[in-house]
Design a protein around this ligand. Structure first.
Ligand code: NDP
Length: 327
């Protein structure tokens, strides 16, 4: 038996509780993992609260991330004792996820725990940090260089935003962090932000083309913020769009794309192919110092992950929530 958060449907919506499950109930997979740490990402917040139809199969163990040790494997790639990390692949949405002491998974979904990190540190990064790395890789591969001008990061105190600030600074960019929490200016500057701006500047409908400010953008917010970010991007720049914390809409015009040659780069972490994942984690392994992880991460217990879901959707969490599933 093991402990897990379980989401189940009820007549009025859904029920979420910490419960005891039998290993025999685990879904199919060729690798059984003892989970050490998981996380609460924005998407886990949507799943646990039922605010959005993230969970597509009930009952569901949420948790799109996990770090743990292989206990049994029929996969040729993995052996008992291997330290592994999982991000996405529909885990916590259609396949039981990481907010549990055990998980049975497909071997092809796993990557080896990146060299410098402990399981807890890998989860301080989690899908949010790995997505930030995908965004930075996309901008760099596109050809964005520091000479192109400052890079705007929206939702900067969030999980994706915090890691985007760290990674962009390490890559030599001037970083401008947009936040609704100006009280966290010192936090953002410690991560590497050169300037901090109030997100209210970007939150409302604006003109289709605005003063050219950014060489590139990492946006985890969507809606008017993403539209304004595109409208303020310099000629030939690029905007990596990965999130929807303000909204999933894109209430804009094509003007920045057709008059300034701005490119919108879509970023998906869930089904990203293995080579992109390994490249993103290699950037994280190279550029994220353990001391930074202490600043970004806040540890909670399995039961505390349930109320934390509301808080992350309310935009109240700074940095990352790491879940010790064994307490
Ligand atoms: P967090 O909740 O940690 O961060 C989101 C941040 O966005 C908040 O901290 C806040 O930052 C800002 N924000 C919240 N509400 C609003 C609002 N109404 N208007 C403007 N800004 C707001 O979430 P994550 O970092 O985990 O995820 C960020 C987004 O990225 C989510 O939408 C998530 O679903 C998406 N995502 C997508 C992935 C993909 O594969 N494409 C993978 C991972 C995440 P501040 O207070 O500093 O402004």
């Amino acid at each position: 038996m093991f402990s897990a958060i379980l989401i189940d449907k009820t007549d009025t919506g859904q029920k979420v509780e910490v419960t005891r499950l039998d290993e025999a109930q685990l879904p199919e997979g060729d690798v059984l993992v003892d989970v050490h740490y998981s996380t609460v990402n924005y998407k886990d917040g949507l799943a646990i609260t039922g605010r959005s139809p993230v969970v597509r199969k009930f009952p569901m163990v949420p948790g799109i991330d996990l770090a743990g040790t292989v206990v049994e494997s029929q996969s040729p790639e993995w052996r008992a004792g291997d330290s592994v990390v999982l991000n996405g692949f529909g885990v916590g949405e259609v396949h039981w996820g990481g907010l549990a002491q055990k998980a049975r998974l497909k071997g092809e979904w796993l990557i080896r725990l990146p060299e410098p990190f402990t399981p807890r540190q890998a989860m301080a990064i989690g899908t949010a940090g790995y997505t930030a790395a995908l965004c930075v890789d996309a901008l760099v591969d596109f050809g964005i260089t520091p000479e192109r001008g400052p890079v705007l990061v929206t939702g900067a105190t969030g999980g994706v935003g915090s890691f985007a600030v760290i990674l962009l600074k390490k890559a030599g960019f001037t970083v401008v962090a947009s936040t609704g929490k100006l009280s966290e200016t010192d936090y953002l500057k410690a991560l590497g932000a050169d300037e901090v701006i109030d997100r209210a500047e970007l939150a409302e409908k604006g003109k289709p083309l605005q003063k050219e400010r950014w060489g590139a953008v990492v946006d985890s917010v969507g809606s008017h913020t993403l539209v304004n970010a595109c409208a303020q991007t310099r000629y030939g720049g690029a905007v990596a769009a990965c999130g929807l914390a303000q909204g999933p809409d894109f209430p804009g015009t094509v003007m920045p794309f057709i008059l300034r040659g701005v490119s919108l780069l879509g970023i998906d972490s869930v089904m990203a192919p293995r080579e992109k994942r390994l490249k993103a984690w290699a950037r994280l392994a190279r550029d994220v110092e353990p001391a930074m992880l202490d600043a970004v991460a806040h540890e909670i217990s399995l039961a505390e992950a349930i109320p934390a879901a509301e808080e992350i959707l309310a935009g109240k969490i700074r940095g990352r929530l790491v879940v010790d599933v064994n307490r």
